[in-house]
Write a protein that binds this ligand. Structure first.
Ligand SMILES: [Zn+2]
Length: 151
């Protein structure tokens, strides 16, 4: 993805597919949909139509995952968890976002030594940015099935 803003998170949370919600920074790796990522599941988000004009020339890297859209999500046979279309999430709370320290380019940070130096949080972790990838979940095994249902 390309970001022309100072804030990469606003671009990230507008991504057309959840497989793109992964970030590598100079000291950490973030996965915004770790449950789906571990299950090799990719969801198309509500921004997929906006991104469709780019589809002819650019195909997203999907890690070989199974991709679902709002209709086929009904056939996902396990709960959505933090990745549900119906949930509004927030970067500030970092709830449901996996963070892994990798020691930085120099490798001097975040080692398992008792007095080892810890890398500071990335600045975007303190931003109050909410996002939601869809409106209504159709997954029958999801506890949030009826959220966002307008009749
Ligand atoms: Zn759901």
């Amino acid at each position: 993805m390309e970001c022309e803003d100072d804030n990469i998170i606003s671009t990230l949370v507008s991504a057309p597919e959840t497989s793109l919600f992964n970030v590598l920074t100079s000291r950490r790796i973030y996965s915004f949909y770790p449950t789906f990522f571990s299950q090799r599941v990719n969801l198309e988000t509500s921004t997929i139509q906006m991104a469709s004009r780019w589809r002819a020339s650019i195909r997203p890297f999907r890690f070989g995952f199974t991709t679902y859209d709002t209709v086929s999500l009904a056939y996902l046979h396990h709960p959505c968890g933090e990745g549900c279309y119906s949930l509004t999430r927030n970067v500030l709370e970092m709830e449901g976002i996996s963070r892994f320290r990798w020691g930085g380019i120099s490798g001097k940070y975040d080692q398992d030594e008792p007095h080892g130096e810890r890398s500071p949080p990335d600045p975007f972790e303190s931003l109050d940015i909410e996002w939601r990838i869809g409106t209504r979940c159709r997954n029958k095994t999801c506890e949030f099935l009826h959220l966002g249902f307008m009749g």
